[in-house]
Design a protein around this ligand. Sequence first.
Ligand code: PTJ
Length: 245
Amino acid sequence: MSTVPESHPRYVSLKLRDAIVAGVDAGITSIHGLIAHGRGEAFDYLIGESTQPFAIEACRAAAAMLVLAKAPVVSVNGNAAALVPAALVDLVRVLGAPLEVNIFHTSNEREHAIRDHLIAHGAPRVLEPTEDAQLTGIDSNRRFVHPEGIYRADVVFVPLEDGDRCEALRKIGKDVITVDLNPMSRTARAASVTIVDNLVRAMPALLNELGAVRMLPEDEARRLLDAYDNELVLEAAAQRVRTGM
Ligand code: PTJ
């Protein structure tokens, strides 16, 4: 681990790098995850490294979607597991939903390591991919899912998604909530709700909105979700990237 002093102006960003590097060292995060993180950093820098109103709006809609879901599931890859394991566990505890390990870069060892890491953080139930249930329209390792998780889910929360699977999940009728710092990515555009924010800030914001939305009557949560427009949110995020406003 680096010995970055707290007074360093890039302290938080450097600590996040440490977390991703530690994930790679622990066999949780793919080496490619370092590159993905760097892409995220660049966009985070452009949006001002803070949670913007368009992200809060998306978190509120995501909370409504999760509260209204019949069978929600939280899909976890190597980057998410390294950055926010405890918050992912908090989320599934509130929802009574399973966590499901689902990674792009094929590795059984890494799947088990992610599962064990989540369990060590208190996860009540962690599903792993199976060959019994496969998603259609996707060729990567991400097609292998669990019959009681992603396969039967109506809403999939999947931070740092890849565009292919997001599109495939939407095509088979599932709603997808993603967290992606790039508002122009294929995932961001294909998802039902896109939270354009760093995952480490998006998780507490989502949990906060979930606390409030859970208290609403069902029809109010539905109204909130119906009024949400992901295209407008992405437009606001893209404008922030382009202009800083
Ligand atoms: O563990 P695996 O095998 O499933 O691999 C996971 C990664 C993330 C390596 C894989 O899904 C991948 O290659 O992702 P991409 O296609 O590089 O996309 C990553 C997206 O996430 C990019 O649009 C980044 O801007 C964004 N991103 C990176 N870090 C963060 C982020 N978005 C939110 N919060 C972050 N911390």
